[in-house]
Design a binder for this molecule. Sequence first.
Ligand SMILES: NC(=O)c1ccc[n+]([C@@H]2O[C@H](COP(=O)([O-])OP(=O)(O)OC[C@H]3O[C@@H](n4cnc5c(N)ncnc54)[C@H](OP(=O)(O)O)[C@@H]3O)[C@@H](O)[C@H]2O)c1
Length: 285
Amino acid sequence: MIAVTGATGHLGGRVARGLADRGVPIRLVARDASRAPQLDGVEVVGGASYRDGEAMRRAFDGASTVFLVSAKEEEHRLEVHRSAVEAAAAAGVERIVYTSYAGAAADCVFTFGRDHFNTEQIIKSTPVAWTFLRNNIYVDYVPFFAGADGVIRGPAGDGRVAAVAREDIAACADEVLASDGHENATYVMTGPEAFTLAEAAEVVSRHAGRPVRYEVETMAQARASRAPSGAPAWEIEGWVTTYAAIGAGELDELSGDVERLTGRPPIGLEQFLESNPDSYSHLAA
Ligand SMILES: NC(=O)c1ccc[n+]([C@@H]2O[C@H](COP(=O)([O-])OP(=O)(O)OC[C@H]3O[C@@H](n4cnc5c(N)ncnc54)[C@H](OP(=O)(O)O)[C@@H]3O)[C@@H](O)[C@H]2O)c1
């Protein structure tokens, strides 16, 4: 039985539906059970916040594998992840499949990416086998890089990003969860191409039918332009370094892993926008 966390969210919800369609026994693990997808014959365990180690251990009890969706960003997210990982180990699960981040490293430019690397290390320090899906930026988010004024602002320079569709990550997750041979393997989830933000602006502009452009910011300008949000410094740093990581080349690797796992080429920006016109409705002319 596979315990699926994050099932109330976009990625975990898709993964749960995909596994249910394959007839794989699953249990949905959620903070709020009433918000989990209703799937025939699938048990839902609520009250499971990653921070609550005892609730997580009970939720994972009897599972052979845990699909661990990384938590919403917070200042001490690593401790949140540590709690969930230790609960999975205490429950005696055999494997954790964790949604990590492309370019994750102890000192990567993307500050939230450091949490992902350190979470990988925590998982590796347990006796539990692991599979890491190192996800690039969701292509689903690319249209939202542009504000209502049609400008993408960020310190990404001319860097390239191999953005990947959530749908493709979910399909890969279903494959590595439902089949054998993925123990202690890392897969890098990328789209079919790596584009600059100027190129992304051009593609989004064509679909939205209005001008969209990319304006390079310095780090100082990027921090200042986000300050009015009132968000705490650690969060603004995460937002800003999302772009800086592109500029530093942390997100330009094309891996081919999506096609190897799913047997079909990954969805690119053009294809995503064609199938998801709602994704750029905030830019409507
Ligand atoms: N690659 C990227 O571009 C990118 C972008 C943004 C985020 N991410 C990361 O990828 C993860 C999955 O993406 P998504 O699109 O599926 O996000 P999402 O739709 O926001 O779903 C996140 C899921 O994780 C659950 N969750 C978050 N924090 C939790 C905690 N502390 N304890 C228990 N459950 C928790 C949420 O539960 P609730 O419904 O109870 O909140 C929800 O089910 C995100 O959580 C984030 O870490 C990646």
